[in-house]
Each structure stands twice: as structure tokens, then as C-alpha cells.
Design a protein around this ligand. Structure first.
Ligand SMILES: [Zn+2]
Length: 1106
């Protein structure tokens, strides 16, 4: 899904410059966090949260992450609810081994055995024998790695082999795949090559790997000009298995021989019966329909294509749903033959494995090919600069009856240069980007939002992922008459900044933020080696030096020295002048809401399909129905056991019997519980301070997210919010505040907290706690104007989520119908929250005092030593040092002795089937029930079973034959809620029927030992997922809050490992309850809901949300 995709768009040179998100989570509720809080209550949330922090500055800085200039990176599988994470789960290492931390002193001083001088000596020799020529070797101090660039002599394939002591090994193969049109060939091919290959002749080896490997990363991405296949694992045997399946898939896929994969993943006419209408089906087709239902995405695509009208970026590599059906199988095959060739490939290896083995595996594949001209043919042409600005007006599908006047979008986009820039200039531009837009206090962002001309920012700032860098900025939620004003404001603000420069505090804050982030090197749930790979490939793919993007220390130091010597104005003003103000290559995009567009598009599609049908003879129609049937049959026929066995897997013996443990010491400072995790963090101190929310008045709940944002963005009596933000940037690695809600097993009362998260270099621990104290106690809820902005931004963000992550909204809604923790979350992040925000927008004008008092009341209720808990993660020495600062901080907290009367939070939303209608071409369909209420008692096997249902039954029926981008299930073991969800789904009732068939699927299931073993290993892979130290400390905290003990984790692990076929059959009874008593929520198009209500007399209660 996009959220994760976005992640990758950012790993370029400017990504070494962190986003605001890395440093200051000034939006209290990063969208993903909110989503997870709402729909997952999952303990794993921390990792993904971290991922967002590191990679998607957009998610935070620009208030929504769907307005990027280059949003069309597609990945093969949509997001899941990552939920299965589990009490037993929560990865940690039994013995935390600092050898594996990428920047340990040991790693600096000596190299690991794999690349001792001897090994390297042998290495060159081996490389030569295997057909590789060493082009260059460098030690990269920034990542403590030895990197060698090889060229495969026979084909010219280039290989980067990076060795270090990181156990999280990464492999990736990247092809340059420039599209000629918007039929989506690169994207469909990216999906299709993973559907069976020469050595692995089954329907979807990719899914077998998802099911049964210990991968820490497994996916594929389509960029506007390249396609990228990365895998990662900490287990060497598993890693090489993954590598082999991927290599075989890209070079020898079955999809170029059998048209059925192309039909399934790309597009085909579906006709079940000659009397019915013909429809389009296809996974990518529907994925892209979803993308084209989101205004921010349409804006991003329109911008990119208008900025680059003359090269490969002028079309959509992902595929335009109106153009995809023009693609033929012949063109598809040709594209593979031409570009998926070693001569056009760049291959990356990273980690602590044997470097010789890497080359041996590769030579086996590469030697089968001769050189091809693909490398020259795939070259990306540069876009020449325009001599004068261009304006484009485009329509997007809007809801009927919404406030159309106020819903325009305007975005200014510059192409900065007619050729790639040097690293130093890019670095300076990245820094400039952070200064302009990086935090809520950054001037361009602040001035745009304070102008009241629009609700939220669009445009991704500096983008340097493609051949030539761009800069884009604008606003959405703009009235038609204000569009010109937005354009003028952007130009004037930039001109002012060029003439006046930035203040010293701002420059210092950006510098500290950048340096902190480099030192922390926190890639969240993304393997570090993958982040490096994407960064390196960002230049390598254009035939530039792959080493250079990895080495930022020198240019950064030089930039810093220049700023110190010449002043920031001398450095940045000429950049603004040259690249933006005096640059004629400016494309202004105006997006107009069109309530008719969605239905018009649908009508056009229908008309085309009717014509197609009319042009067919009876025989043609019968033949089409036969082919439809044949495709379905193929999709629904399980792979033969021999084929399944071809995908290599580990055995249960390879799996550790004990869960990974995270060190924890529970102590007490000044009467407050303090948890300490002694972990190597490269001298960073991470802390979470937890406050109990359970005595908060129920009607204040929806105000909590805005309360959190106000703490960080409102300012105190002495410091305005800009100064406060700069102070946080200068002294810390960032502070965030967000609510956390979950059910707790065995307890009726939900868990609800506010968590303040912060990090700093250990020497700055005192500053960190002082600042946390300052935001908690001194911030004044006085700025009505700013608060109004928060409301508009939150509303815009929620509307965006509704269109782009409808499955999350549906899940939250179902949870709110089923238990009180779900209800609380929905109040703070679901449809109810969106409704609340709409009212609040009015109320903030009429009764600001009332709101301000409510914010104060939330503070009074929460801010108490009673119920407070402090979590600390760092090494032993830093932990010891931090105690006095924690003590001082706690002394300053008020203690409320009499807890307020426990409010009755046992609220639910009425448990009726609901359809939330939005202007969309694809649906999100959910169904859920609480299986504990049926008497089911949690066993570890449930994790294996729910993963298996997702990866087999739902994948095959909802995605493969149903044509949805995704279908999965999710078991919240804390509440007992088991939910089914689909994502970008062309169906509605049909999908519900599939859900209802799950219990029969389980009862009738046959499974051999191999399949069962794979399912178990895959589950353990989830449970033991890789975590960086901050995520470990956070996971341990959540386990503590949820009452999950080590004993329980051990039991669950044993249960997982000993799962039997019979457990699946038993689980069918629990699932049966969902069929009979489950509640349904769909986020769907009005037409589909109408049709469903006609077919099953008023099945859905309708709710309009946009
Ligand atoms: Zn895709």
C-alpha cells in the first residue's frame, strides 16, 4: 500500500537528511500510528511506526502522505494489519549481541570473520574464476562496510557486494524499466514474474515464501523508471533460499509463456455467463483504480507527467485504469525479454554472509546469458527545461453534496535542472528542504498553513529519486477564488526567504536533527541494508557512482563548515534564486472537484464493455465464458505437492525453541514505576512516559489527538511554538505524543494511555526531560487560530485515509461495534472522529473558550504521578545516568490523590451492518466477531491458522480470483476480535460470501506435513521479526502494559511450534460464529451499495462520510 511505498520514495540522497518525522513528531498522531492504534492495538505497531518516522517525512510534514510528486511506486502485496503479532511475539534477542549492531565499536575496529584479510584475498581470486571482474573496492565508514563493485564479464551485469556484521542480510535485483505508455507494463510484470518460474513451477512462489520463510523483508517495487526486487533475512539458509527464488523468478518466469498470469495480474474480460455483462478484472487493474480514486494520488501523477512531458516520466508506469486494457500479451512478453536481462540488471548484496557464496549463486544465473543491448536501450532521457511556465487543470472524483467550492487543490512544481546534480548541491538542497518544510515551525510550511487559504499541504518538497530533481509545494482544501493567492504566497515567501535568510536557531535545529538522524541510523522496520541499497541505486541506476550516495560525512561536514563561515544566507539564498525563483520550468497544477467524475468514468467503462460484448458473436461469448471459467479453475486448483516442495524451506529444527527476550528491569523512582532496557543504542537514550487516560470524561476522548498535537505545536508563555520546536530540534532527536488503546485479555476494562515518546543523545538527557516537562506543563492552550488549523489538517488527513485506507476505517468501525477499546479508538481516529472534526470546525469559531477549557481539563486529568510509568532504553551506563533526571522530572508532576470517578466507557456503536459510502471505484469490505464470546480459548495455533487463512483461502479467492488488491484476516488476541478485510476490492457481497466460506475451508482442509511446517515457520518469522533497539524497548513496554509475561510467550511459542491439522478443524467452530453473528462494515461506492441492498433487502445501513 502507498504508505509503505512512500517509504521507498524517500530513500534517496536527501533521505539522509531526515524528515521532521525523524526528529520531531509534531503531529501528535502520525497517521500510521493512529491507524494502528485504531485498528490494530497491535504490539508490533512500534516497528511500523518507526518505519514511517524514518522514511516518510511526507506522512508527517506534509500532513498526508499521498500528495507526493512521485507517488507511483507500487508494491506487490498490499499492507496487512500486521496484527498477528501476538503475545508470544514481540521479538527480542535472547542474548542481545552487540556484534550485530551495525555501528558497534567492535565493528569499527575489526572486521567480522567473513571478510578477514585472508577471505578478501581469496575473494578476488574466486571472483575472477566465477566470471566477475572487480571494478572498485571501498571501505564505507558511514556504514562500517566494505563494498566491492563487480562486473559480470560475460553480460556486463553489475554487482555491489557489501559486507559488514549486520545479521539482517539484504539482496536486491533492480532493472531499468522505462515505460512508453500508461498501460502499466512494468507494474504488471512486477506482479507477474513472482507467479511461478522454471525451478519453482507453482502458482505463486512469492506467497509460499510469505507463508513459510523467516524473511524480514519480502516485496517488489515499481518506480517510474525501474523495478526492484528486494528480500532480507537474518537466517543465512533462509536468505539464500529467498535469493534463489527471486533470481529464478526475474530471469525465468512462467508468466511470459502462459497468458493466464497476465490476465490475472494485469487485466482480462470476465464473463461468467453469456447472459451477463462483461467486466474488467485484474489485480493491478483494481489496485490502480484505487490509486486513481484518491485525489492526492491523481495530483502526484498529473504533476510528474506534466513536469516531464518528454521522457519516460510523462506516462504512468503503474498503469492508468483507462489505458491498462490496451496492453497486449505480446507487448508484455517483449518488455520482459528486453529489460529483464543481466545486462540491464544491478544486483545488491549486503550483510554478514559469505561474499564468495554470493558470487557463486549469481554466476549460476548470469552465465546462462550473453550480453544484450538492453542496457543502452533502457537509458532514461533527460527532460529539457521549459522556456516558460505551464498550467494544467485536472478534475478529480469528489463526493456529491460536499463543499465543492472549498475543495480545489493547487500545486507548484519545478524541474530544478536539466541534468542530475552533484552530491554537494543535492545535499544542500535537501538541507534547504528541511529548513523550508521539515517541521511545523519551518517558514514555508508555517506560512502556508497559517494563511487560512487551504486545509493541508500538498507536494513533496524536494524530490531527488528520479534522474532530475524537482521541488513541489501547494495546498488542498482551497476555494476557487484563492488559488491565485496561494501561488502568490508561495512565490513571495520564497522570495522573502532568499532575501532575508533563515534564522540561526532554525539552521542549528535542522543541523542537529540531521546529525542525530545519521548517528541513530534508525530505519525502523526497514532493514538497514535495504535503505542503503535504495539510496545507492538512486544514482547507480543512472550509471553514476553507486558508492557516492553512501558517503555523506565529508560533504555534510563541508556544508556545515560553509554555513559557519559564510552564513546560511550565502549558502541557501542562491539555491532558492537559481533553482526556483528564476527557473522557468514551473508547472502549476490545479485540481478541481468533480462530483460527476466517478460515475462518468464508470459509465465510460460500461459503454466500452457493452461495445465489446456487442461486437462478439455467440461463439465468442461462449468461448469467453469458457476462458473465464478456465482461469478461475486454474486459480482455485491448489498446486500439486511436488511443485510446492520445490520452494526451499527451513525445517522446525532450524527454529529456536525459546522466544527472543528483551532485557527488562522494573524499578521505582519517586514512587513511579520505571522500566529499563539495557540495550546498545549507539549512545542514544529512548524514553516513553505513559499516562493513564482511563479517568477521562468520555466526551473529551475525540479531543485527545488534537490535545496531543497542541502540546507540541502551541507554545508556552515564554516560547512561541516556533521557538519551542527549534529548541526540540536543537536539543533532542524528537518528541511525539499519541494515545494508545487496547483490550487486555482477561479484563473487561480497556487499556488507554497517552504516551510521550522522546529520544536524545545521552549527554542531552536532562534537556530531553526538561523539554518533555515543558510541553506537558507549560504549553498554553491559547492559540485559537493554530487550533483551527489543526482541525482542518486532521480533517483533511482523515478524509484521505477514508479513500486510501478504507480497510482501516472499516476495521476500526467494526471494533467499535464489538468492544469498548475499539470504541475509544474509533472516537479518536475513525468515522466518528471525522464527524466530530466537522462539528469542531464550526465550534472553534463559536466557543473557543469552551474548547480551550476542555484541553486544560484533559491535561489536569492525565498529568499525574498516579498511573504514570516511565520506560527507558539505552545501555547500562546511560540508564544509570538518566535516573536523576527522571527523578527530577517526576518530582515536578502533580499527584492527584483521589482518582476521579471512573467514567462509564463501556460504549459501543450499534451493531448493525454498515456501508460507509465514498466516491471510489473500488471497495473495502470487512466482517468481524469476537471469537472469545463463542467460548474459544486462545492457543498459539491461532496465529498459524489466521496467517494460513490469509495466505491461502483469502489470497486465492479475494485477490487472485476476486481481483481485489488484497484480502486478509486478522486476529486481535487481546480482545478476541477476528476480522476479515479486503482492500481495493471490485466486489462487495461476493467477498462476504468468501469470508463465510472460511469455516468450511478449514473443516475440509487437507494439509501435508511440509505445508504445515511452512505455515509454522512463517508464523515464527512474524513473531521473531527483526527490531532495532528503540523498537525492542517499546515492544517490551507494551507487553508490560498488556500483561504479557515471559511464561505466556514461552507457552504460545510451544503451541505455535506444535500446531496440528486438527487445530485448524477445531478453529472452524470459532470462525463459524463470524459467519452467523459477525458484523459487516464496508467502505464502498454508492452504486455497489445500492446494488447490494437491492440484492439482499437492505443489508446495509448507509452512512455518508465525505
Ligand atoms: Zn501493485
Amino acid at each position: 500500500m502507498q504508505r509503505f511505498l512512500q517509504a521507498t520514495t524517500h530513500i534517496s540522497i536527501s533521505s539522509i537528511l531526515p524528515s521532521a518525522t525523524t526528529s520531531q513528531f509534531s503531529i501528535s498522531l502520525p497517521p500510521l500510528m493512529m491507524e494502528r492504534a485504531v485498528l490494530l492495538r497491535s504490539i508490533s505497531s512500534c516497528t511500523s511506526h518507526a518505519c514511517i518516522r524514518t522514511f516518510t517525512r511526507s506522512s508527517h510534514r506534509l500532513s498526508s502522505n499521498r500528495h507526493r510528486l512521485i507517488p507511483n511506486i507500487h508494491r506487490r502485496s498490499p499492507p496487512r494489519r500486521h496484527l498477528r503479532l501476538i503475545s508470544t511475539a514481540l521479538p527480542s534477542r535472547l542474548h542481545f549481541n552487540t556484534r550485530f549492531s551495525p555501528v558497534t565499536p567492535k565493528a569499527i575496529a575489526t572486521s567480522s570473520p567473513q571478510f578477514s584479510p585472508d577471505a578478501i584475498g581469496a575473494h578476488d581470486d574466486v571472483a575472477e574464476k566465477l566470471g566477475f571482474e572487480k571494478v572498485s573496492e571501498q571501505f564505507i565508514d558511514e556504514c562500517k562496510s566494505t563494498a566491492v563493485l563487480y562486473k559480470h564479464k560475460k553480460t556486463g551485469c553489475e554487482v555491489m557486494s557489501v559486507s559488514n556484521d549486520d545479521e539482517n542480510k539484504v539482496f536486491g535485483v533492480v532493472f531499468r524499466t522505462p515505460p512508453k505508455d500508461s498501460t502499466g507494463i512494468p507494474h504488471i510484470l512486477e506482479h507477474s514474474v513472482l507467479c511461478g518460474s522454471r525451478k519453482y513451477p507453482l502458482k505463486e512462489p512469492f506467497v509460499e515464501l510469505l507463508k513459510g520463510s523467516l524473511h524480514t523483508f519480502l516485496n517488489a517495487f515499481t518506480y517510474p523508471d525501474r523495478t526492484c526486487y528486494p528480500v532480507a533475512s537474518t537466517n543465512t539458509k533462509d536468505f539464500y533460499n529467498l535469493v534463489d527464488v527471486y533470481l529464478d523468478a526475474v530471469f525465468f518466469p512462467n508468466c511470459v509463456e502462459d497468458i493466464k498470469t497476465f490476465q490475472q495480474e494485469g487485466w482480462h474480460y470476465e464473463l461468467n455467463d453469456p447472459s451477463e455483462d462483461i467486466t474488467y478484472k485484474g489485480v493491478v487493474f483494481n489496485e490502480m483504480k484505487g490509486v486513481y480514486s484518491q485525489p492526492d494520488n491523481i495530483l502526484g501523477r498529473t504533476s510528474q507527467q506534466a513536469v516531464f512531458p518528454d521522457n519516460a516520466y510523462g506516462v504512468d508506469s503503474g498503469g492508468d485504469p483507462q489505458v491498462i486494457p490496451k496492453l497486449t500479451f505480446e507487448e508484455f512478453k517483449d518488455f520482459h525479454r528486453k529489460y529483464y536481462h543481466p545486462s540491464n540488471a544491478r544486483i545488491w548484496f549486503y550483510g554478514d554472509d559469505d561474499t564468495n557464496e554470493r558470487l557463486r549463486i549469481l554466476s549460476e544465473y548470469l552465465d546462462m546469458f550473453d550480453e544484450s543491448p538492453a542496457r543502452h536501450e533502457s537509458k532514461i532521457e533527460t527532460q529539457k527545461l521549459f522556456s516558460k511556465p505551464v498550467r494544467v487543470v485536472e478534475k478529480y472524483p469528489a463526493a456529491e453534496g460536499g463543499d465543492l467550492k472549498k475543495n480545489h487543490m493547487v500545486c507548484l512544481n519545478w524541474l530544478l535542472s536539466d541534468k542530475p546534480l552533484d552530491l554537494e548541491t543535492e545535499l544542500a538542497l535537501g538541507f534547504l528542504d528541511h529548513l523550508l518544510l521539515g517541521t511545523p515551525a519551518s517558514p514555508l510550511r508555517k506560512i502556508l498553513l497559517e494563511s487560512s487559504l487551504g486545509d493541508a499541504i500538498v507536494g513533496g518538497g524536494i524530490e531527488d529519486e528520479l534522474l532530475q530533481p524537482q521541488f513541489s509545494i501547494g495546498l488542498k482544501g482551497v476555494s476557487e477564488e484563492n488559488i491565485q493567492k496561494v501561488e502568490t504566497l508561495v512565490m513571495e515567501t520564497l522570495a522573502n526567504l532568499a532575501s532575508e535568510g533563515f534564522n540561526m536557531e532554525a539552521v542549528e535545529a535542522s543541523m542537529n536533527t540531521i546529525e542525530f538522524s545519521l548517528r541513530e541510523n534508525n530505519t525502523g522496520s526497514f532493514p538497514r541494508g535495504l535503505a542503503l541499497m535504495l539510496r545507492s541505486v538512486g544514482k547507480w541506476i543512472y550509471d553514476m557512482d553507486p558508492f557516492e550516495p553512501l558517503k555523506y560525512q565529508e560533504p555534510l561536514a563541508a556544508l556545515k563548515a560553509r554555513i559557519e563561515k559564510e552564513g546560511s544566507k550565502a549558502v541557501f539564498a542562491p539555491l532558492i534564486e537559481k533553482y526556483i525563483l528564476k527557473n522557468p520550468h514551473l508547472v502549476t497544477i490545479e485540481m478541481q472537484p468533480d462530483p460527476e467524475k466517478a460515475s462518468q468514468d464508470e459509465a465510460v467503462e460500461k459503454e466500452i464493455l457493452e461495445k465489446v460484448k456487442k461486437s462478439m458473436t455467440e461463439e465468442d461469448l461462449a468461448e469467453l465464458a469458457r476462458m473465464t471459467h478456465e482461469l478461475k479453475l486454474k486459480q482455485e486448483t491448489p498446486d500439486p505437492p511436488e511443485a510446492l516442495k520445490s520452494v526451499p524451506s527451513l525445517s522446525l529444527q532450524d527454529i529456536p525453541k525459546k522466544p527472543i527476550q528483551i532485557p527488562i528491569e522494573v524499578g521505582d523512582i519517586n514512587g513511579v514505576k520505571v522500566l529499563q532496557h539495557d540495550l546498545f543504542t549507539n549512545d542514544v537514550l529512548y524514553t516513553e512516559i505513559v499516562f493513564d487516560m482511563s479517568s477521562l470524561n468520555q466526551e473529551l476522548l475525540p479531543l485527545v489527538p488534537l490535545f496531543c498535537q497542541s502540546l507540541l505545536e502551541m507554545g508556552t508563555k515564554d516560547l512561541d511554538f516556533v521557538q519551542l520546536n527549534q529548541l526540540i530540534g536543537r536539543k533532542t532527536g524528537g518528541i511525539s505524543v499519541f494515545p494508545f488503546t487496547s483490550s487486555k485479555r482477561g479484563s473487561d476494562a480497556p487499556i488507554s494511555h497517552i504516551i510521550v515518546r522522546g529520544k536524545a543523545m545521552s549527554a542531552r538527557t536532562e534537556d530531553l526531560f526538561n523539554l518533555v516537562n515543558c510541553i506537558l506543563q507549560d504549553v498554553q492552550f491559547a492559540d485559537q487560530k493554530r487550533f483551527k488549523q489543526f482541525v482542518s489538517q486532521s480533517k483533511a488527513r482523515m478524509e484521505n485515509r477514508l479513500r486510501g485506507s478504507g480497510h482501516g476505517i472499516a476495521a476500526a468501525r467494526m471494533d467499535a461495534k464489538l468492544n469498548s477499546a475499539g470504541w475509544i479508538s474509533e472516537q479518536m481516529g475513525g468515522v466518528s472522529y471525522l464527524e466530530y472534526l466537522k462539528d469542531l470546525e464550526v465550534k472553534v469559531e463559536q466557543d473557543w473558550n469552551g474548547i480551550s477549557n476542555s484541553l486544560e481539563e484533559i491535561r489536569k486529568t492525565l498529568l499525574s504521578k498516579n498511573g504514570c510509568l516511565v520506560n527507558l532504553t539505552s545501555d547500562g551506563k546511560n540508564l544509570k545516568n538518566s535516573e536523576k533526571h527522571v527523578g527530577k522530572f517526576l518530582d515536578l508532576l502533580p499527584s492527584i490523590s483521589s482518582p476521579l470517578s471512573q467514567p462509564s466507557w463501556n460504549a459501543r456503536i450499534p451493531s448493525v451492518n454498515e456501508a460507509i459510502i465514498i466516491p471510489t471505484q473500488v471497495n473495502y469490505v470487512g466482517k468481524a466477531a469476537n471469537v472469545y464470546e463463542t467460548g474459544y480459548q486462545l492457543k498459539g495455533s491461532a496465529y498459524v491458522i489466521s496467517k494460513h487463512i490469509s495466505n491461502t483461502w483469502l489470497w486465492d479467492r479475494v485477490r487472485v480470483s476476486g481481483g481485489a488488491y488484497g484480502g486478509f484476516c486478522d486476529f486481535d488476541t487481546h480482545s478476541g476480535i477476528f476480522s476479515f478485510l479486503s482492500y481495493r476490492d471490485p466486489n462487495l457481497l461476493k467477498t462476504l460470501d468468501i469470508y463465510d466460506g472460511t469455516s468450511d475451508f478449514l473443516r475440509e482442509m487437507e494439509m501435508d506435513d511440509d505445508t504445515l511446517t511452512k505455515a509454522i515457520i512463517g508464523t515464527i518469522g512474524d513473531v521473531d521479526s527483526y527490531q532495532l533497539p528503540d523498537a525492542k524497548g517499546y515492544s517490551s513496554l507494551l507487553r508490560y502494559l498488556l500483561g504479557i509475561t515471559e511464561e505466556e510467550r514461552q507457552i504460545r511459542r510451544e503451541e505455535i511450534l506444535s500446531t496440528k491439522l486438527n487445530d485448524f478443524k477445531e478453529f472452524a467452530d470459532a470462525i463459524e460464529a463470524i459467519k452467523d453473528k459477525g458484523v459487516v462494515v464496508a467502505v464502498a461506492s454508492p452504486d455497489d451499495v445500492d446494488a447490494a441492498n437491492k440484492e439482499r433487502s437492505n443489508f446495509f445501513q448507509i452512512k455518508k462520510a465525505l
